[in-house]
Design a binder for this molecule. Structure first.
Ligand code: SF4
Ligand code: SF4
Ligand code: SF4
Length: 254
């Protein structure tokens, strides 16, 4: 009998909410473990093995010690999957990259004697692919559980998972929502990768871009939206700060 694909889950700087989404699959996890063996997942099990095929990595990389650990994980994995915005794009952890490192440390820890402690030896926040090659991405803050199942099932069956590269607006229109711009809000749906079923505008909140920016934002379409609502490129750049600070795609349509 063919050995099941071995999967290990790891976390770095994050809130562990994406791992919680996996744990929240509850009974549906039984379908997954028909085809994969979960050999390491600190949030839900005590067992650990370094013998795995797929490494799923959640969280941002903040310290030299994180880089070393991540390289070690990469060296053992045939496939590495970045899980959630903290890992795929740096996410909310990149907000602090706007300020000088010393300024951030001083604001958070004041005069506490932390300077010789390597746990606090942080550099500018990095997404996982800024340290090691990433094979696949599961986007979102938090991730969508159905998409997680789709990606892991596809990989276990030797298939390439399809991830949308069109904007959230497409899913939003399918849901027949009133556009957030019409309600006076600023929504990043036109330049954000779909796949979340447009959950935020469907629940009357503008999109904040947690799934990252689409590679080829429709320039004309985005400019039409900006013009219609009297907004500027600078407004877009500011709105991108929460999840996409420093992303080049933000300026692709400048
Ligand atoms: S992407 Fe969001 S939910 Fe997932 S670990 Fe990061 S902060 Fe938490
Ligand atoms: S801009 Fe936002 S609210 Fe409007 S259609 Fe696009 S995703 Fe929906
Ligand atoms: S609507 Fe935007 S912010 Fe909300 S989950 Fe989807 S991509 Fe993330």
């Amino acid at each position: 009998m063919k050995q099941k694909t071995r999967v290990a889950v790891f976390d770095f700087a994050d809130c562990e909410g994406c791992e919680l989404q996996i744990a929240n699959l509850e009974e549906e996890i039984l379908d997954l473990i028909e085809i994969v063996d979960i050999v390491s997942f600190r949030e839900v099990m005590k067992e650990h093995s370094d013998n795995y095929d797929i490494a799923i990595v959640e969280g941002s990389i903040m310290r030299p010690m994180d880089e070393e650990r991540l390289r070690n994980i990469r060296s053992k994995a045939k496939i590495l999957v970045a899980l959630g915005a903290c890992a795929t794009i740096g996410g909310v952890n990149k907000i602090r990259n706007q300020w000088m490192h010393d300024e951030v440390i001083k604001t958070v820890y004041g005069d506490a004697p932390i300077h010789r402690n390597e746990l606090f030896n942080v550099f500018k926040t990095k997404a996982v692919n800024e340290v090691v090659p990433v094979d696949y991405y599961i986007h979102g803050c938090p991730i969508d559980r159905d998409e997680f199942k789709h990606v892991i099932t596809s990989l276990a069956l030797g298939k390439k998972p399809e991830i949308p590269n069109y904007p959230v607006c497409v899913e939003c229109k399918k849901n027949e929502n009133i556009c957030q711009f019409e309600l006076g809000n600023f929504c990043l749906g036109p330049i954000t990768r779909a796949g979340c079923k447009a959950i935020c505008p469907t629940h009357n909140s503008p999109c904040e871009g947690c799934r990252g920016l689409i590679k080829k934002a429709e320039t004309k379409c985005v400019w039409e939206v900006l013009e219609r609502y009297n907004l500027s490129y600078e407004d877009i750049r500011r709105r991108c700060t929460m999840y996409n600070y420093g992303k080049e795609e933000c300026s692709v349509d400048e």
